[in-house]
Design a protein around this ligand. Structure first.
Ligand SMILES: NC(=O)c1ccc[n+]([C@@H]2O[C@H](COP(=O)([O-])OP(=O)(O)OC[C@H]3O[C@@H](n4cnc5c(N)ncnc54)[C@H](OP(=O)(O)O)[C@@H]3O)[C@@H](O)[C@H]2O)c1
Length: 285
């Protein structure tokens, strides 16, 4: 039996892991929400680890509000940097493997190329900067760790783009969606299954970054169009340029994560985002 602690267990990604846990009987999961285990309080982590057997930590805890981070950078930093530092210390001290989730927003989106793990990072905003700082701490540590960078997460759980578009289309609201930012939608359940494969893989955990996203690049506008079409709802959808959309946090224009490394490491067949969107919508219905 492998004992896995999921921090931020009540967030979107934590809930995706919770959803698939019954398929994986060789793993005993412990899901802890922020009010039960705050990663910024080292003493709480220490007490928890001393009282429970843990072999792997999956860090789903994060400050994820891209716009609000610009107003409260200190809060973003405490969670995405200090929290990660605490987890690393626990991982090093107790020889616990660490899987840390990060983001494609560590890149600036100026490259037209498929982005590999080793490509140059240059986050545009506070959220991406704090996530990159967290990544660098993991890479410089002595813990057995993996970083998974992912993008445009959606699922039946928590707050995400798919659920927002569905809600607004049911209200028959006119929706303006950005059509000049490209990226790769990623189904949280596909990522959750991949994380489980990584846990079972014999490949070294040491200081590795993996990119994981679904196949296919799209714009937020085309993503919204597919959500509306596949869900059978009708609403007035209009494309809008980033410069005309009032958002505080700068967002990269073009993020195409290259996922070859994780595909070859785990012998993965990653579904196209449209197929996974279909699965997600079936679950939401
Ligand atoms: N969502 C995306 O589109 C996206 C894209 C790329 C990468 N990612 C990365 O994927 C990971 C998971 O994202 P997500 O969508 O699941 O985010 P999420 O739904 O916002 O979940 C994050 C969870 O962390 C919790 N948390 C915040 N501070 C904490 C603390 N100090 N201690 C313990 N838990 C804390 C939050 O609780 P509260 O809500 O109570 O604060 C929330 O439940 C993050 O690392 C994120 O950077 C996300």
């Amino acid at each position: 039996m492998i004992n896995v602690l999921v921090t931020g267990g009540n967030g979107q990604m934590g809930r995706c892991l919770d959803h698939i846990k019954s398929k994986h009987s060789s793993i005993k999961f412990l899901f802890l929400s922020k009010d039960k285990l705050d990663i910024t309080i080292y003493k709480s982590l220490l007490n928890f680890i001393q009282e429970h057997e843990v072999d792997v930590i999956i860090n789903c805890a994060a400050y994820t509000k891209v716009d609000k981070a610009e107003e409260e950078p200190a809060n973003a930093k405490i969670i995405n940097v200090l929290g990660v530092k605490n987890l690393i210390k626990i991982s090093e001290t107790f020889h616990i493997k660490l899987i840390h989730i990060s983001t494609d927003y560590v890149f600036d989106g100026y490259s037209v190329n498929n982005l590999k793990e080793e490509d140059k990072t240059n986050p545009l905003g506070v959220y991406g900067k704090t996530k990159l700082e967290g990544e660098n701490l993991v890479l410089d540590s002595n813990s057995e760790a993996i970083i998974i960078r992912t993008s445009w997460l959606f699922s039946p759980f928590g707050n995400n783009f798919v659920k927002t578009i569905l809600k607004r289309s049911h209200l028959k609201q006119k929706i303006s969606v950005i059509n000049d930012q490209r990226g790769k939608p990623t189904y949280g359940i596909d990522l959750a299954e991949t994380i489980i494969k990584l846990i079972h893989s014999s490949k070294s955990f040491k200081n590795k970054i993996y990119h994981f996203s679904n196949k296919g690049v799209t714009t937020w506008y085309d993503f919204a169009k597919s959500i509306i079409k596949l869900s059978g709802s009708k609403c007035d959808l209009a494309p809008i340029k980033t410069e005309n959309y009032p958002l505080k946090g700068l967002r990269p224009k073009n993020l195409d994560l290259n996922t070859e490394l994780i595909e070859t490491t785990l012998n993965l067949q990653i579904p196209n985002w449209k197929d996974s969107l279909n699965e997600c919508l079936k679950m939401i219905k």
